[in-house]
Design a protein around this ligand. Structure first.
Ligand code: MN
Length: 245
Protein backbone atom coordinates (compact mmCIF):
# COMPACT_ATOMS: atom_id res chain seq x y z
CA UNK A 1 0.00 0.00 0.00
CA UNK A 2 2.74 2.38 1.08
CA UNK A 3 4.87 1.45 -1.94
CA UNK A 4 1.99 2.00 -4.36
CA UNK A 5 1.25 5.43 -2.87
CA UNK A 6 4.92 6.31 -3.33
CA UNK A 7 4.83 5.06 -6.95
CA UNK A 8 1.75 7.11 -7.59
CA UNK A 9 3.38 10.26 -6.22
CA UNK A 10 6.50 9.64 -8.30
CA UNK A 11 4.39 9.29 -11.44
CA UNK A 12 2.54 12.52 -10.62
CA UNK A 13 5.80 14.39 -10.11
CA UNK A 14 7.26 13.00 -13.34
CA UNK A 15 4.19 14.22 -15.25
CA UNK A 16 4.30 17.62 -13.54
CA UNK A 17 7.97 18.16 -14.40
CA UNK A 18 7.36 17.10 -18.01
CA UNK A 19 4.44 19.55 -18.23
CA UNK A 20 6.58 22.30 -16.68
CA UNK A 21 9.40 21.82 -19.19
CA UNK A 22 6.84 21.74 -22.01
CA UNK A 23 5.10 24.88 -20.67
CA UNK A 24 8.40 26.76 -21.04
CA UNK A 25 8.50 25.81 -24.73
CA UNK A 26 4.81 26.61 -25.27
CA UNK A 27 5.14 30.08 -23.72
CA UNK A 28 8.14 30.87 -25.93
CA UNK A 29 6.38 29.54 -29.02
CA UNK A 30 3.25 31.61 -28.26
CA UNK A 31 5.24 34.84 -27.77
CA UNK A 32 4.84 35.19 -23.99
CA UNK A 33 8.40 34.34 -22.90
CA UNK A 34 11.55 35.16 -24.83
CA UNK A 35 15.10 34.90 -23.50
CA UNK A 36 13.66 35.97 -20.16
CA UNK A 37 10.72 35.18 -17.91
CA UNK A 38 9.82 31.95 -16.15
CA UNK A 39 7.08 29.55 -15.14
CA UNK A 40 6.93 27.53 -11.92
CA UNK A 41 4.69 24.85 -10.41
CA UNK A 42 4.07 24.17 -6.73
CA UNK A 43 5.13 20.70 -5.56
CA UNK A 44 1.78 18.99 -4.75
CA UNK A 45 3.60 16.51 -2.46
CA UNK A 46 5.25 19.33 -0.52
CA UNK A 47 3.27 22.59 -0.85
CA UNK A 48 6.11 24.48 0.86
CA UNK A 49 8.25 23.98 -2.25
CA UNK A 50 7.92 24.75 -5.94
CA UNK A 51 9.66 23.67 -9.14
CA UNK A 52 11.30 26.09 -11.58
CA UNK A 53 14.08 25.86 -14.15
CA UNK A 54 17.63 26.79 -13.25
CA UNK A 55 18.73 30.19 -14.53
CA UNK A 56 18.49 29.74 -18.31
CA UNK A 57 16.53 30.70 -21.43
CA UNK A 58 13.04 29.12 -21.29
CA UNK A 59 13.28 27.71 -24.83
CA UNK A 60 16.16 25.47 -23.74
CA UNK A 61 14.60 24.08 -20.53
CA UNK A 62 14.42 20.27 -20.17
CA UNK A 63 13.18 18.24 -17.19
CA UNK A 64 16.77 17.79 -15.97
CA UNK A 65 17.11 21.58 -15.64
CA UNK A 66 14.35 21.94 -13.05
CA UNK A 67 15.28 22.70 -9.43
CA UNK A 68 13.23 22.93 -6.24
CA UNK A 69 12.84 26.15 -4.23
CA UNK A 70 11.18 26.84 -0.87
CA UNK A 71 8.72 29.62 -0.07
CA UNK A 72 11.48 31.92 1.19
CA UNK A 73 13.33 31.62 -2.13
CA UNK A 74 16.07 29.21 -1.00
CA UNK A 75 17.12 26.76 -3.73
CA UNK A 76 17.31 23.07 -2.78
CA UNK A 77 19.35 21.34 -5.45
CA UNK A 78 21.77 18.45 -4.94
CA UNK A 79 23.97 19.85 -7.71
CA UNK A 80 24.04 23.34 -6.17
CA UNK A 81 22.62 24.99 -9.28
CA UNK A 82 21.16 28.49 -9.16
CA UNK A 83 17.84 29.71 -10.42
CA UNK A 84 16.47 33.09 -11.45
CA UNK A 85 17.08 36.23 -9.37
CA UNK A 86 13.33 36.85 -9.56
CA UNK A 87 12.39 33.52 -7.93
CA UNK A 88 10.96 35.68 -5.11
CA UNK A 89 7.97 36.50 -7.34
CA UNK A 90 7.09 32.83 -7.05
CA UNK A 91 8.08 32.15 -3.42
CA UNK A 92 6.10 35.09 -2.05
CA UNK A 93 2.97 34.46 -4.13
CA UNK A 94 2.86 30.73 -3.26
CA UNK A 95 3.19 31.72 0.39
CA UNK A 96 0.38 34.30 0.20
CA UNK A 97 -1.95 32.27 -2.05
CA UNK A 98 -2.47 28.61 -1.05
CA UNK A 99 -4.84 28.22 -4.04
CA UNK A 100 -2.10 29.01 -6.57
CA UNK A 101 -0.35 25.99 -8.10
CA UNK A 102 1.48 27.61 -11.01
CA UNK A 103 2.88 31.07 -11.79
CA UNK A 104 4.12 32.71 -15.01
CA UNK A 105 6.29 35.83 -14.96
CA UNK A 106 6.80 37.40 -18.37
CA UNK A 107 7.80 40.59 -20.14
CA UNK A 108 5.29 39.97 -22.95
CA UNK A 109 5.28 43.23 -24.89
CA UNK A 110 1.61 44.14 -25.50
CA UNK A 111 0.99 44.24 -21.74
CA UNK A 112 3.70 46.82 -20.99
CA UNK A 113 1.73 49.96 -22.10
CA UNK A 114 -0.99 49.15 -19.55
CA UNK A 115 1.52 49.18 -16.69
CA UNK A 116 2.94 52.61 -17.53
CA UNK A 117 -0.19 54.65 -18.29
CA UNK A 118 -3.58 55.25 -16.75
CA UNK A 119 -5.15 52.77 -19.19
CA UNK A 120 -6.31 49.73 -17.23
CA UNK A 121 -6.15 46.24 -18.69
CA UNK A 122 -9.72 44.89 -18.70
CA UNK A 123 -11.41 41.86 -20.29
CA UNK A 124 -12.30 42.75 -23.85
CA UNK A 125 -13.40 39.31 -25.05
CA UNK A 126 -14.65 36.01 -23.72
CA UNK A 127 -11.22 34.36 -23.67
CA UNK A 128 -9.90 36.73 -21.02
CA UNK A 129 -12.71 36.90 -18.46
CA UNK A 130 -10.19 35.67 -15.87
CA UNK A 131 -8.82 39.23 -15.82
CA UNK A 132 -11.88 40.21 -13.76
CA UNK A 133 -12.91 43.78 -13.12
CA UNK A 134 -9.51 45.13 -12.12
CA UNK A 135 -6.00 44.14 -13.14
CA UNK A 136 -3.80 45.64 -10.45
CA UNK A 137 -0.55 47.43 -11.31
CA UNK A 138 2.49 46.96 -9.10
CA UNK A 139 4.66 50.06 -8.68
CA UNK A 140 8.06 48.92 -7.39
CA UNK A 141 9.01 52.50 -6.41
CA UNK A 142 6.62 52.21 -3.47
CA UNK A 143 8.87 49.51 -2.01
CA UNK A 144 12.31 49.98 -3.58
CA UNK A 145 12.53 53.73 -4.23
CA UNK A 146 13.44 55.42 -7.50
CA UNK A 147 16.84 53.82 -8.16
CA UNK A 148 16.00 50.12 -8.35
CA UNK A 149 16.69 47.79 -11.29
CA UNK A 150 12.94 46.95 -11.25
CA UNK A 151 13.63 43.29 -10.46
CA UNK A 152 11.89 41.38 -7.65
CA UNK A 153 15.21 40.34 -6.18
CA UNK A 154 14.32 39.57 -2.56
CA UNK A 155 11.47 38.14 -0.51
CA UNK A 156 10.29 41.53 0.80
CA UNK A 157 9.78 42.80 -2.75
CA UNK A 158 8.02 39.53 -3.60
CA UNK A 159 5.68 40.09 -0.66
CA UNK A 160 4.87 43.63 -1.81
CA UNK A 161 4.05 42.27 -5.28
CA UNK A 162 1.91 39.48 -3.77
CA UNK A 163 0.03 42.09 -1.72
CA UNK A 164 -0.81 44.08 -4.87
CA UNK A 165 -1.84 40.90 -6.71
CA UNK A 166 -4.22 40.11 -3.85
CA UNK A 167 -6.86 37.64 -5.04
CA UNK A 168 -6.48 38.62 -8.72
CA UNK A 169 -5.25 36.24 -11.42
CA UNK A 170 -2.96 38.78 -13.09
CA UNK A 171 -0.91 41.75 -11.91
CA UNK A 172 1.04 44.10 -14.14
CA UNK A 173 4.48 45.30 -13.09
CA UNK A 174 5.15 48.88 -14.11
CA UNK A 175 7.86 49.19 -16.77
CA UNK A 176 8.67 45.48 -16.48
CA UNK A 177 5.99 42.89 -17.28
CA UNK A 178 3.35 40.88 -15.53
CA UNK A 179 2.63 37.91 -13.33
CA UNK A 180 -0.15 35.40 -13.97
CA UNK A 181 -1.32 32.68 -11.59
CA UNK A 182 -3.41 29.53 -11.95
CA UNK A 183 -4.59 26.40 -10.16
CA UNK A 184 -2.51 24.26 -12.53
CA UNK A 185 0.22 24.70 -15.15
CA UNK A 186 -2.36 24.51 -17.94
CA UNK A 187 -4.47 27.30 -16.42
CA UNK A 188 -1.49 29.60 -15.77
CA UNK A 189 -0.28 29.08 -19.36
CA UNK A 190 -3.75 29.74 -20.77
CA UNK A 191 -4.04 32.95 -18.76
CA UNK A 192 -0.55 34.18 -19.68
CA UNK A 193 -1.24 33.67 -23.39
CA UNK A 194 -4.65 35.34 -23.28
CA UNK A 195 -3.43 38.23 -21.11
CA UNK A 196 -1.04 39.11 -23.92
CA UNK A 197 -3.78 38.61 -26.52
CA UNK A 198 -6.23 40.80 -24.55
CA UNK A 199 -3.63 43.57 -24.30
CA UNK A 200 -3.12 43.49 -28.08
CA UNK A 201 -6.85 43.60 -28.79
CA UNK A 202 -7.52 46.32 -26.24
CA UNK A 203 -4.76 48.53 -27.69
CA UNK A 204 -6.22 48.05 -31.16
CA UNK A 205 -9.84 48.69 -30.11
CA UNK A 206 -8.90 51.80 -28.16
CA UNK A 207 -7.87 53.46 -31.42
CA UNK A 208 -11.41 53.07 -32.76
CA UNK A 209 -13.29 54.57 -29.83
CA UNK A 210 -14.90 53.71 -26.56
CA UNK A 211 -14.62 50.03 -25.67
CA UNK A 212 -17.44 47.86 -24.37
CA UNK A 213 -15.77 45.55 -21.85
CA UNK A 214 -17.21 42.39 -20.34
CA UNK A 215 -19.32 42.97 -17.24
CA UNK A 216 -18.09 41.37 -14.02
CA UNK A 217 -20.72 38.66 -14.41
CA UNK A 218 -19.73 38.03 -18.04
CA UNK A 219 -16.09 37.86 -17.01
CA UNK A 220 -16.88 35.28 -14.34
CA UNK A 221 -19.14 33.18 -16.58
CA UNK A 222 -16.71 33.10 -19.51
CA UNK A 223 -13.79 32.32 -17.22
CA UNK A 224 -15.67 29.37 -15.65
CA UNK A 225 -16.58 28.15 -19.13
CA UNK A 226 -13.00 28.31 -20.41
CA UNK A 227 -11.71 26.48 -17.34
CA UNK A 228 -13.64 23.44 -18.50
CA UNK A 229 -11.77 23.40 -21.83
CA UNK A 230 -8.15 23.99 -20.91
CA UNK A 231 -7.05 20.70 -22.49
CA UNK A 232 -8.07 21.72 -26.00
CA UNK A 233 -5.68 24.63 -26.57
CA UNK A 234 -3.00 22.92 -24.42
CA UNK A 235 -2.84 19.95 -26.82
CA UNK A 236 -2.56 22.31 -29.79
CA UNK A 237 0.08 24.53 -28.16
CA UNK A 238 1.94 21.35 -27.21
CA UNK A 239 1.98 20.01 -30.76
CA UNK A 240 3.03 23.38 -32.17
CA UNK A 241 5.84 23.72 -29.62
CA UNK A 242 7.09 20.19 -30.28
CA UNK A 243 7.01 20.78 -34.04
CA UNK A 244 9.21 23.81 -33.58
CA UNK A 245 11.64 21.68 -31.55
MN1 MN B 1 11.34 40.07 -14.97
Amino acid sequence: MQASKQNNENTMTTQLLADLALANHILVNEGVLDGFGHISARNPQNPERFFIARSMAPALVEVEDIVEVDLDGNVHDAQGRRTYVERFIHSAIYKARPDVMSIVHSHSPAVIPFGVTGARLRPICHMSGFLGAVTPVYEIRHSAGENSDLLISNQALGESLAAVLGQSNVALMRGHGSVTVGNAIQQAVFRAIYTESNARLQSEASRFGEITFLTDAEAKATSDMNDRHLDRPWEMWKRNALKRG
